[in-house]
Design a protein around this ligand. Sequence first.
Ligand SMILES: [Zn+2]
Length: 688
Amino acid sequence: MTDAARRIGDLREQLRLHNYRYHVLDDPIIADGEYDALFRELQALEAARPELADPASPTQRVGAEPTPQFAEVVHPRPMLSLGNAFNEGELAAWRNRAAGLLERDDFDLVCEPKIDGLAIALTYEAGRLAQAATRGDGSRGEDVTLNVRTIKSVPLALQSPEGAPPRMEVRGEVYFPRDAFRRLNEEREANGEPPFANPRNAAAGSLRQLDPRVTAGRSLAIWVYQLGWAEGAETPPTHYETLEWLRELGFRVNLQEIERFASLEGAAAYCEKWERERDAKNYQTDGVVVKIDRLDYQRHLGFVGREPRWAVARKFPAEQAVTRLTAIGVNVGRTGALNPYAMLDPVQVSGVTVRQATLHNEDDIRRKDVRVGDYVIVERAGEVIPQVVGPVLERRTGDETPFEMPSVCPSCGSPVARDEGAAAHRCVNAACPAQRYERVRHFASRAAMDIEGLGEKLVAQLLGAAIIRDLPDLYDLTKERLAGLERMGEKSAANLAAAIAASKSRSVPAILSGLGVLHVGAETADLLARRFGNVRRLMDAGQEELEAVPGVGPIVAAAIAAHFANAGNRDIVDRLAQAGVEAIDAEPPADAGGTGDLPQSFTGKRFVVTGRMEGFTRSQAEAFIKERGGQVSGSVSKKTNFVVAGEEAGSKRDDAERLGVPIISEEQLTAFAESGEAPDVPIAGALL
Ligand SMILES: [Zn+2]
């Protein structure tokens, strides 16, 4: 073996160990910087010695090319579903049945949090990850190996391959950690993209991406909860010991939380404790799984249909409640959109007191026919703000009043406008205090100018005391003035002043995002930055010049032009420039004016475009798709992935419906380009 080969093997072993310490044991023994240095050294050596490539190397998580579709996987042993117990009585009944069949009463129970994610089967051959499959219908799932490889807590190779069975399958739940989910939604909202409804949907969507690079950007994680099967090796006699063994092999097992009990009382107390504490964890749970520990007892008990007799899901109560809607309030967003929300009689929804819930917009209120005074069903789905599902019609008395959107802005009293064809009402007064608050808050956010320490409360305080009136005033805040504020220490004031100063050197896309131009998300901001090089040139560009930027359609171009046609908005940019925000008048880089590399969101996808669009001509839409790696054909077939249908779409739309091809709108197409995320169009049999 050469020195290089030895060093490569050594580095792979070290990095694997550090991954294990970090992701499985949560106990790293080196600093991130040291890890990065080892990682880069390995990358460089591997690049120089391609003949030593190994798919199980820690460097090989991402990089696979997008696949056209997921292959079907037949599970060698079906993935089961669990029976439910909704209260302690049902849990006791389950245990009693098992005791009767076992003809004994002295068996241990293992309790584990039931993660609300997606069940995955991981197959390892010779200690290496060979396949990852979704649960599907329990018998057949989809091969999502390339995507699962990007999840850092899934080992590509096991800790001690010698001790591992030659072939084995483990099962686990892939989920979106709450903190990562919140960050993702913050970014999406800042980019003008709709937030994901809850971590579970987001995890499902991320796992079913045809491009693994999208999945890699999503920070998914796994908890392994069971051995599926193992060939050619002795395995432990109980479930709990099996979990310990799996953890030694390198799997991330939630042993900090999993407990074994000799009595039903212990298990029941565990369930109660979890129901109380579930919101404090960084993962979503929808219950506790209780299993009989000894595997020989499990075999003896067997199954009823698809459900094992040796395990049960003690489910938490549904996250819905009924309460009275006492009033409908209206918030004003940063672009002036009026957002109605429900004020409720306080009600407990899965352990949290809910007083307000979103109602989206006027059309939604009409569609659901929600009236003031109604009893309504309120739902809390994971991290999302609670929403009103609909009224309880049986409890109507006739005294309820339908909602009227106010004709003037609740914050500033200016008349409200409604955009043609759009759902939202808007306050068009740029000086509106509510909009100002949202604008400053957004400007300072991580997705824009990233001013650390300038949070919601402080923004409200600064505006409320008229210390600032709008964005540029932020740059007049000195350390001394900040230190004079209530509840502000010297140190925080100094840090904040430094953070504000540092934000002057943010990039063009960060500034564009911070200015809150309608329809300008991250991708569009990048395209514009590349084309114009600084904010000033962009601001002075006319609609025609903007439309000439590939990827910018007439609607977006019009929105940008309208934004910068407004004298107040131009004034803000001028004052930011005077305050020293550099990228406004920066010398454009030499390569500005090119189109740059567009993200290839549509690689491997076939589209058919039909009907009349608002923002594109037919040929512009086709160019838009091709520039992003997609194919366009003239007629719909089974191979078509999406039909983009505008107004008056005729026979092609019918063909798509007949063949079960997803039909998407112009907006869904642009959102797809922007996020890389295929739109969620329900097609029978095509979903998880
Ligand atoms: Zn207003």
